[in-house]
Design a protein around this ligand. Structure first.
Ligand SMILES: [Zn+2]
Length: 311
């Protein structure tokens, strides 16, 4: 749930898709109204909270102290580390075995750790770095603990649906689970995990580091916002797909067919069933296509996909 802290005002389509998937299901898309470009995904349910990392540091310190007290974390040289081998289910989300992980190349070696798999909950400040006082000296939170601490405060010990990009399954979400379940003693942290696959641009993953992002605000200058939304929901959130030049013309044409079909309740039941089936938006859109082709109005069903055909 780092979205609120990590997405800059220029929202990339990948980030917006993550927002879209979360907003659809949980109705608790939080703080996203600040991301002006993402408003094409309106109507979103209003957010109940928009937690910020800098306001949560005391919570985070309390959380880490709790993990130390419960024997799941240890202080070392001004850092605090999570002791992965004390948490038997570590890695279950990514279906990885703890011993396979420890032989993996990405494990960060540090002399301060008892085990290479252990991950930082708190990092001692290096000279010149911003820092906060803590029981372990001045420092800053590790990369994973903020989500556990803020989710606990805002949502409670267990949550229904947790979203995010598939690239966060390991280590970020795996560490979130380990932190929260060790702290609360109440598995599961999240009943359902919804991971959206990453969007490709041509052959490559769309990413900030590659500089090949498609920005929502650029698309909105050239296209109806509802067509942009249709271009996204025409793909299942768990499937990786490519952004291509043909997508927007096809989505615009689809929007026109739906609007021409008129108001009415065509495909409403089919769309509800499809969305209940792991948010199968392509099946929902196909059902609307079929109803429109058969001469039924589809405005109610389109609204369930967030596409408002008529004011
Ligand atoms: Zn997170």
């Amino acid at each position: 749930m780092s979205l609120t802290g990590l997405i800059p005002p220029d929202v990339s389509l990948n980030a917006a898709i993550a927002i879209c998937a979360i907003a659809f299901v949980s109705g608790t898309a939080r703080g996203f109204s600040g991301f002006g470009s993402a408003l094409i995904f309106m109507p979103l349910a209003s957010s109940m909270a928009a937690p910020q990392l800098v306001a949560a540091v005391l919570l985070i310190i309390d959380f880490i102290a709790g993990l130390v007290a419960r024997g799941f974390a240890y202080a070392s040289g001004g850092d605090v580390y999570y002791r992965v081998r004390n948490y038997p289910d570590y890695g279950k989300l990514s279906k990885r075995d703890i011993d396979d992980l420890s032989s993996g190349a990405r494990v960060d070696q540090s002399e301060l750790k008892d085990d290479p798999l252990d991950f930082a909950l708190w990092k001692a400040a290096k000279p010149g770095e911003p820092s906060w006082d803590s029981p372990w000296g001045p420092g800053r939170p590790g990369w994973h603990i903020e989500c556990s601490a803020m989710a606990l405060k805002e949502l409670g010990e267990q949550i229904d649906v947790h979203g995010g990009g598939a690239d966060l399954i390991f280590p970020h979400h795996s560490n979130e689970i380990a932190q929260t379940e060790a702290f609360t003693g109440k598995p599961p942290f999240a009943k359902i995990w919804m991971h959206n696959a990453l969007l490709q641009l041509g052959e490559e993953k769309m990413s900030k580091s590659l500089g090949n992002l498609v920005f929502v605000h650029d698309l909105l200058e050239a296209h109806d916002a509802r067509a942009v939304r249709l271009a996204v929901v025409g793909h299942h959130y768990r499937d990786s797909w490519e952004w291509t030049d043909g997508l927007m013309p096809a989505a615009t044409e689809r929007l026109g067919r739906w609007a021409d079909a008129g108001s009415g309740d065509g495909a409403l039941d089919e769309v509800r069933l499809a969305l209940d089936d792991d948010l199968d938006t392509p099946a929902a859109a196909a059902a609307i296509d079929a109803a429109a082709a058969a001469g039924h109005g589809v405005a109610s069903a389109a609204a369930l996909l967030g596409v408002i055909l008529y004011d």
